[in-house]
Design a protein around this ligand. Structure first.
Ligand code: ADP
Ligand code: MG
Length: 326
């Protein structure tokens, strides 16, 4: 079995909400509320869920851009969330992130060549000629010729900018990349080109990804396993390629039912109400107020995320003990 590259244990982030009144009780947004999962070396682990469920916060905690409120993050069995100084700098090279919006993540005043060289300078890698060689090779890896070295971000199309965003993450030769809504702003045809490029790069460079998107269609296409988040919690982890072991959680089923079906045979499951406020998450199962199958128990007890097979786990009272085949 392949080694786990990343593991998070009961990871949580609570953001304090500013007080509106002087004597009001201090409140917190439970952005990520105690999640545990692992990503195997070479795997693409997809994270999906509606906007605000805590996907970006999870990715940013793993690459240490956001400090966790509780829990642990391991990289190759080494706890990394207490590192500082040199240890942290070395680690930054191995863990990278690609953001949704290449427009704001690329400085408009700098050439592509400069933008890609800068991380190498910061990490003290190579002399001028060596750095130029690495930058040119990295551009080639993302399908752009050396003609782009002298260009500015505004001269590029959305897809080309995102290729540069990926090159900026690759230039330090990382092992693990968080890819956060990186194709969400692109046209569908450009989306699939970038998704295929990401898959090719994973294979060629032996990378491991946490691939984040609100779009289950996209996540299902690129991922090996998928984690479904709802209100800061993981409600299901399933094997994206499995045809026998489909999604079980009523929330995952609702997300799947929203994907248009070519044959038009699927019945869409419409969820009641809105996503609850993460300042006051519901008691019991966070999904129960919107769940078409909720029972009294769901309002009282929070279900644990339980493994059903080695690659499938679900957090739902419907699938406890002998009830799996209901
Ligand atoms: P997603 O990426 O799934 O859309 P996020 O991780 O961005 O979700 O956000 C999860 C929750 O945390 C949301 O309710 C969001 O409003 C809140 N949140 C995110 N960042 C901050 C912040 N810096 N301060 C306060 N609340 C935040
Ligand atoms: Mg996000």
């Amino acid at each position: 079995m392949r080694e786990e590259l990343i593991r998070v244990e009961t990871l949580a982030k609570h953001y304090r909400v500013p007080k509106m009144k002087l004597f009001e009780k201090r409140q917190a947004v439970h952005a990520v509320d105690g999640i545990s999962f692992g990503i195997t070396e070479g795997e693409i682990f997809g994270l999906v869920g509606e906007s605000g469920c805590g996907k970006s916060t999870t990715g940013q905690m793993i690459v240490q851009l956001v400090k966790e409120s509780a829990g642990s993050i391991y990289y190759r069995d080494r706890k990394i969330n207490d590192l500082s100084g040199a240890g942290m700098k070395a680690l930054r090279q191995e863990l990278q992130i690609v953001f949704q919006d290449p427009y704001s993540s690329l400085n408009p005043k700098k050439t592509i060549g400069w933008l890609l060289e800068e991380p190498l300078i910061i990490h003290g890698i190579g002399d001028k000629a060596e750095r130029r060689k690495i930058v040119t090779e990295t551009l080639e890896q993302v399908g752009l010729s050396s003609d782009y070295l002298k260009r500015y971000p505004h001269e590029l199309s959305g897809g080309q900018k995102q290729r540069v965003g990926i090159a900026a993450a690759l230039v330090l030769k990382p092992k693990f990349i968080v890819i956060d809504e990186a194709v969400s702003a692109l046209d569908v045809s450009v989306q699939s080109q970038i998704l295929n490029l990401l898959k090719e790069l994973r294979d060629k460079l032996r990378l491991t990804y946490l691939f984040i998107s609100h779009d289950l269609n996209v996540v299902q296409y690129i991922s090996d396993r998928v984690g479904v988040m709802y209100l800061g919690k993981l409600v299901e982890i399933f094997d994206a390629g499995s045809t026998v072991d489909g999604p079980l959680h009523p929330y995952t089923k609702a997300l799947f039912s929203a994907i248009p079906d070519v044959k038009g045979e699927k019945e869409r499951i419409l969820l009641k109400g809105d996503v609850p406020n993460p300042i006051h998450p519901p008691k019991g199962c966070a999904f129960h107020p919107r769940c078409p199958l909720a029972t009294d128990k769901c309002g009282r007890e929070r279900p644990a995320l339980r493994s059903i097979t080695p690659s499938h786990a679900v957090s739902c009272h419907l699938y406890e003990e002998g009830d799996i085949f209901q």
